[in-house]
Write a protein that binds this ligand. Structure first.
Ligand SMILES: [Zn+2]
Length: 172
């Protein structure tokens, strides 16, 4: 009888051991994120952003290929909009396209919007952050599986946030 009680107790302790699910940054940061539009005047954006980020985000500029350190960033984390910090891509969707620009096969659902762009005459699908409208890059149909898409992003329009786990173990 005593032994049975003891086993019952151990079982209860094991059953109540805390389960720590490993959440992605999208789950940590993306959920509950306010999607209310962020607007600033052109002068305010100019003051808020670096000159290069301002040119890309607010005037659809393009950074030179291979100029962004994020092109070769393969750490685990999340890529957020450099204009308003809305999470746009997960590191698990990043791949090396060889183009010299950070490339992803899919964005975080609902966080970017696309529109046709005729800047180089040939129609391309421009995409931008849904919250601040900041231009990020162009999406093409020559990407890898599972989507076949290549979201070609200007590195200067993004900021990389390593996962909490990595950030805690990385010493300066
Ligand atoms: Zn934004």
């Amino acid at each position: 009888m005593k032994r049975r009680l003891c086993l019952k107790y151990i079982g209860a302790v094991v059953a109540s051991a805390p389960l720590l699910p490993r959440l992605s940054w999208a789950e940590h940061v993306g959920k509950g994120e306010s999607m209310e539009t962020i607007t600033h005047s052109d002068a305010e954006w100019r003051a808020l952003l670096s000159p290069k980020a301002y040119d890309v985000l607010r005037h659809a500029g393009t950074e030179p290929a291979f100029s962004s350190p994020l092109n070769k960033e393969y750490g685990e984390g999340i890529y957020v909009c450099a204009g308003c910090a809305l999470p746009l891509f997960e590191s698990s969707a990043k791949f090396d396209s060889g183009t010299g620009w950070p490339s992803f096969f899919q964005p975080i659902d609902g966080h970017v919007d696309t529109q046709l762009d005729f800047k180089i005459i040939i129609p391309r699908h421009e995409y931008h952050c849904v919250r601040c409208g900041g231009h990020q890059g162009h999406v093409f149909k020559d990407g890898p599986k599972p989507t076949g898409q290549r979201w070609c992003n200007n590195g200067v329009a993004l900021s990389f946030k390593p996962t909490l786990e990595n950030a805690a173990t990385t010493k300066p």
